[in-house]
Design a protein around this ligand. Structure first.
Ligand code: A2P
Length: 347
């Protein structure tokens, strides 16, 4: 085990930042010192950690001196801008943005799936896309039992994926529409309240949006299955903070739903929620604020012999972002993997 750790949260004033702060407190992370960083707009604000006020600082190169781990959640451009300074300061950046996820030199880690990948870091570890993490945690235990041949997934993604302001905007939109007024649309291209729309990321030549291709490429990287066939449809829905997904899996042989349920009942990070009699299954309101991915409606796909259907909900800000990042930080500390792999092997 390593010494106590100096941690900085970059993006401490955001939705994921707030959750990172709460998780470090809740999980009694082995902290020596905690630094809170955000844009100059937030410099001087105070946030509370373990009952003590901590003043938010504007991010600067000097801010990373003496820091062991930076939990970054301030968007891709901010991560790209500060990555070099963080690594040069000798810290490990656990990055919640998509900036480095597909970089072959950057491990993309979900501790329940590929913890060993974290050891190979060279100063940056990427936290996967939220929908990818939630799906991965739920289906990897099945994949280990019998390799998945094909995944077809549809997502129902909450406003929280677009940040704290977007969550606020959905509330304002709801109030505006109920008052017969024009809903504000700053975070989203269209009103989300009383509506839904396909995920608003750029669309490629094949007709898939960026969010959908993140699910494809990141799942392949995390599973170490570069040829896994995946097709995703990502949709924003007017839910505040937990994402839902309908997942169709195809195997080479039939996969008994009862066996899948047994496997998932003991799988790390998963809670099976199934009450067939009362038609009670995972819902975003039940997943909100919780750590596990809730999985239910595990059933045979009646359209093909080797297919399995399941439904899942998971808190986008917790396991989909902040919790996964904190688990990676815990892993680095527990295994003594804070030092970059190149340096660790050279010593
Ligand atoms: P700030 O509050 O000062 O703008 P969310 O994803 O919930 O919108 O949060 C984004 C987080 O990233 C906030 O903490 C925000 O700080 C921070 N952030 C945004 N842009 C920058 C930047 N250029 N430099 C540092 N932090 C930034």
């Amino acid at each position: 085990m390593s010494k106590l750790v100096n941690v900085a949260i970059l993006g401490a004033t955001g939705a994921v930042g707030a959750e990172l702060l709460q998780l470090l407190e809740e999980r009694d992370f082995p902290l020596n010192n905690l630094k809170l960083l955000a844009s100059p707009r937030s410099a001087g604000k105070t946030l509370t950690f373990k009952g003590q006020p901590i003043t938010v600082e504007a991010v600067s190169p000097e801010a990373f001196e003496g820091i062991d781990i930076v939990l970054a959640s301030a968007g891709g451009s901010t991560s790209k801008k500060w990555a070099k300074a963080i690594v040069e300061a000798g810290a490990v950046m656990i990055d919640n943005s998509s900036a480095f996820r597909m970089d072959p030199d950057v491990p993309l880690v979900v501790p329940e799936i590929n913890p060993a990948a974290a050891q190979k870091h060279q100063g940056i570890i990427a936290n996967p896309n939220c929908t990818t993490i939630l799906m991965g945690v739920a289906i990897y235990p099945l994949h280990q039992m019998q390799p998945i041949q094909r995944i077809v997934v549809s997502t129902y993604q909450s406003a929280s994926g677009a940040g704290a302001m977007a969550m606020e905007e959905v509330k304002q939109q709801t109030q505006a529409i109920l008052a017969g007024e024009e809903p504000p649309t700053e975070s989203f291209p269209y009103p989300l309240a009383f509506n839904l729309f396909p995920h608003n990321t750029p669309i490629d030549d094949a007709g898939y949006c960026e969010e959908e291709m993140k699910m494809v490429n990141e799942t392949r990287k995390i599973f170490g299955a570069p040829d896994l066939r995946i097709s995703a449809t990502c949709v924003r829905v007017p839910v505040l903070r937990a994402h839902s997904e309908a997942v169709n899996l195809e195997f080479a042989q039939p996969f008994e739903p009862a066996q899948a349920k047994d496997i998932l009942t003991t799988a790390p990070g998963v809670t099976v929620v199934e009450d067939w009699e009362n038609n009670y299954f995972p819902m975003p309101v039940d997943a909100t604020g919780k750590d596990p991915v809730l999985v239910g409606r595990i059933r045979r796909d009646i359209s093909q012999d080797n297919g399995l259907e399941l439904w899942l909900c998971g808190d986008q800000i917790r396991k989909g972002a902040a919790l996964n990042a904190v688990q990676i930080a815990e892993l680095l500390w527990e295994k003594d993997w804070l030092q970059p792999a190149a340096i660790a092997t050279a010593v």
